[in-house]
Design a protein around this ligand. Structure first.
Ligand SMILES: *[C@@H]1O[C@H](CO)[C@@H](O)[C@H](O)[C@H]1NC(C)=O
Ligand SMILES: *[C@@H]1O[C@H](CO)[C@@H](O)[C@H](O)[C@H]1NC(C)=O
Length: 525
């Protein structure tokens, strides 16, 4: 730590080019979004950068001299129960309705973020304080871009950070290819090798989400924030200024897709050093001869609202296994809990997953948990519920890291079979191989993120990293004008060709018929 301090002081005195004033803005309230940002802020502050971090949750690095935390308040969604989920048809891996319906949820979140989080006093004070100087503004790339104009206010380079795969509307803004033939849209819940029906769904979900975003969310938000910035805002145009798009994904897990230079993948950035597992839990794990299954549905879904009938199904399936089960359960007790099940309100998930005696993970497919499981090489039974979870689950399955289980349909036999599958040593081997592929990279995700953020600072926005596709009209991007032109040329040549040939034949025919007549005349005479 003292080294960091020295570096910071050093920076402040000599102001070397490497030290930047960075404003980081995370307006979303979900812990899963926060952990990735928190890691990035910690990394940047350890490098000696001067960070101002706006977020609803308090960062680990809050006590660092070079980190100033500005708490965000406002309306937000506070955790999701299984009742809400099931009423929206979530948890059913065969249903594609959530891919479309989620647009309304995004709309709701965007309205709350722009309408109640942006106009809070702490945010306005930061924007209006002319003493503030920022070189780089890092904003979350999620449901709304009404915080992005802040970069322009400070004449700073805009860096976006998506804590999941890209939302459907960010492809355009950085000129990133999004061919739905093989690139799954975030909300469509299909694998990258798609069958015909899946491609139909993928195209429809992708277009629908973009359409809804541009027509309803972006326009409304732009109007809403006009007074805050004191001028009309076109957020769609503004984010085309993005210098760098960071995503918390990495291809061995999320799938191989083309990346433009301005898109940099830093999947696994939140994964830090392993810490000791609390003693009572570690003892329980150590003492299980046949290994342990870790069961958690994430931070947003409240486990104690788990449907009663499903809970019984899982307990019956667990009763048939030799393994012990660690279940993240928010209540003090659980009725009819068998001896091989331990419940805990909170557990250090990553440290547990990496414990050598943990043999399987039952999860909801949130990206952070999925990434941790892949990093630790633990096979997963994924029961995706909402958001990007369906797509994460399919990608994990395709990579050999787990199997997808339809939570809605699941009965005792299906749960038992899914667990048996992933507990098989062969399956475990595949998960370990996936883990090795995921960890094998030229630079750690943290170093990669820091390198490219500093690169943007060194090269004053580094706009040379953007392809010419950014801002290109759609008809040009899809080459409609060129194909149209070529089609007209081809048709013209074809028509002229036919016309000339016809003319030629007519000429020849008429010559023949003339000579015919002449010959007949000659014969008569
Ligand atoms: C760090 O940033 C804050 C907020 O912009 C600013 O007040 C402070 O002077 C900066 N410190 C350095 C060393 O640049
Ligand atoms: C669990 O086992 C490991 C490895 O054998 C050991 O280092 C650790 O102290 C054990 N923990 C407990 C709580 O028994």
């Amino acid at each position: 730590m003292w080294l960091t301090r020295v570096f910071v002081v050093f920076c402040a005195i000599i102001t070397i080019a490497h030290c930047s004033n960075i404003l980081v803005i995370l307006p979303t309230f979900g812990p899963s979004h926060f952990y990735a940002f928190d890691a990035l802020v910690t990394g940047l502050s350890n490098r000696g950068h001067n960070i101002t971090f706006m977020s609803p949750l308090v960062p680990k690095s809050v006590k660092s001299k070079n980190v100033k935390h500005i708490p965000l308040t406002g309306d937000h969604v506070d955790g999701i129960t299984f009742d809400i989920l099931s009423s929206h048809g979530a948890g059913d891996t065969d249903s594609h309705a959530p891919g479309f319906l989620s647009a309304f949820a995004f709309h709701n979140m965007a309205m709350k973020t722009c309408g109640s989080v942006l106009p809070t006093e702490s945010v306005l004070n930061t924007i209006n304080n002319t003493d503030n100087k920022f070189d780089i503004v890092i904003v979350e790339a999620f449901v709304t871009d009404c915080f992005a104009p802040i970069a322009k206010e400070f004449n700073a380079s805009l860096v976006l950070f998506s804590t999941s795969m890209l939302m459907p509307w960010y492809y355009d803004s950085i000129g990133q290819p999004d061919n739905p033939a093989y690139i799954p849209s975030l909300m469509s819940g299909v694998p990258s090798k798609m069958k015909f029906k899946e491609r139909v769904v993928n195209v429809m979900v992708h277009l629908w989400q973009q359409f809804f975003r541009y027509v309803f969310i972006a326009r409304f938000n732009d109007v809403e924030v006009k007074d805050i910035y004191g001028k009309p805002i076109d957020s769609g145009k503004l984010i085309q200024d993005t210098s760098l798009m960071l995503t918390n994904t990495y291809f061995p897990l999320n799938g191989a897709f083309p990346n433009v230079p301005a898109k940099v993948d830093i999947g696994g950035i939140h994964i830090g050093k392993l810490k000791a597992v609390p003693e009572n839990i570690e003892k329980w794990i150590n003492e299980s001869k046949d290994g342990v299954i870790y069961f958690s549905m994430g931070s947003m879904i409240k486990g104690h609202t788990f449907p009663e009938e499903k809970r019984k199904i899982f307990l019956k399936a667990f009763g048939r296994l030799k393994q012990r089960v660690l279940w993240k359960w928010e209540n003090e007790t659980m009725p009819d809990k068998p001896d091989n099940v331990m419940i805990q309100k909170w557990m250090p998930q990553y440290d547990i997953l990496c414990h050598p005696n943990v043999k399987a993970f039952i999860a909801h497919g949130g990206l952070l948990g999925t990434t941790e499981a892949v990093h630790c090489g633990v096979p997963v039974v994924v029961m995706p519920q909402f958001g990007d979870q369906h797509t994460n689950a399919r990608a994990l399955e395709a990579g050999g890291g787990g199997v997808v289980l339809n939570f809605r349909e699941a009965d005792e036999e299906m749960v038992y079979n899914a667990l048996k599958t992933v507990l098989d040593p062969e399956f475990n081997k595949k998960a370990k191989e996936l883990s090795a592929r995921f960890r094998d990279r030229p630079m750690s995700p943290m170093d990669t993120a820091i390198y490219w953020i500093e690169y943007v600072a060194r090269h004053k926005g580094a706009h040379h990293m953007r392809t010419a596709a950014v801002g290109m009209p759609l008809y040009q991007y899809l080459l409609l004008d060129v194909f149209g032109f070529l089609a007209v040329c081809t048709l013209s040549i074809l028509f002229i060709g036919i016309y000339v040939t016809k003319l030629f034949f007519r000429l020849v025919m008429s010559m023949f018929s003339k000579s015919d007549k002449k010959q007949k005349k000659l014969k008569k005479n």
